[in-house]
Design a protein around this ligand. Structure first.
Ligand code: ATP
Ligand code: MG
Length: 218
């Protein structure tokens, strides 16, 4: 299965989701390829920290691709891996479009703030454009990241995402927690931290569990 983590807003949590999904899938015994399709190379940095921390035993393969090569190379790599996770930059780029055309699943985190949510219609149009030209169906999931521990902003944002006819809304938000950035700076998934944050571990596990059956029942 090929997953693209995208959207057209910077800093929404794409790399956090892509790296944690890669770690979780590889921990389940799958042969996983993490593709950095963002010129900022944040997931490449993550892999470098991981190489250093785990003495090379990182548990997955990582490469960097950009532009149209994202599509042509992934098509060649699909038979070689159980799962491919593509991390993209926060803009509507050739790389992100190329990634979407070879993906089964498109994951878009939204922060519950108006600037993020304003991009919803644009991302919906992007998904529709890709669906119009893609041979295989593209399942698109939207969910909240960096959600507030309390307050009404989450509910307002959730209602907006839920109303989307393009995205399937996942009611499994990730709350704004230090554990995510702490884990990332060590090249680890939150489930791998020595001093685990049980809440972060539970919510990231729930998020990915929510994706599984929906893919199967598509
Ligand atoms: N749920 C969360 N709680 C706390 N911090 C988070 C959470 N999700 C992401 N972050 C932090 O927010 C910052 C941006 O996250 P991340 O790099 O994953 O976003 P991105 O969408 O990949 O950004 P870019 O558009 O620059 O590629 C990082 O410092 C990350 O550690
Ligand atoms: Mg990123």
């Amino acid at each position: 299965m090929v997953f693209t983590v995208g959207g057209i807003k910077g800093g929404s949590g794409k790399t956090t989701i892509a790296t944690n999904l890669t770690v979780l899938l590889s921990k389940q015994g799958f042969d996983v390829l993490l593709v950095d399709a963002d010129e900022q190379e944040t997931s490449t940095d993550f892999t470098a920290w991981r190489e250093e921390n785990l003495q090379g035993e990182i548990g997955f393969t990582a490469i960097k691709l950009s532009g149209e090569a994202v599509r042509s190379q992934i098509l060649k790599l699909v038979p070689k891996y159980d799962h491919i996770v593509i991390d993209t930059g926060g803009r509507d780029t050739t790389s992100q479009r190329a990634a979407m055309t070879v993906s089964d699943v498109y994951l878009v985190p939204f922060n519950p703030r108006s600037f993020d949510l304003w991009t919803l219609n644009k991302v919906e149009r992007l998904v529709q454009e890709i669906r119009a030209v893609q041979a295989t169906p593209l399942t698109a999931f939207a969910f909240l990241n960096r959600a507030d521990p309390k307050g009404t902003d989450n509910n307002d944002a959730a209602e907006l995402l839920q109303a989307s006819e393009v995205f399937t809304y996942l009611p499994t938000p990730l709350i704004n927690r230090k554990a995510y950035s702490n884990a990332a700076s060590q090249g680890l998934g939150v489930v791998e931290m020595e001093a685990k944050d049980p809440k972060a571990t539970t919510e990231i596990t729930k998020l990915f569990e929510a994706i599984n059956p929906l893919i199967v029942n598509r």
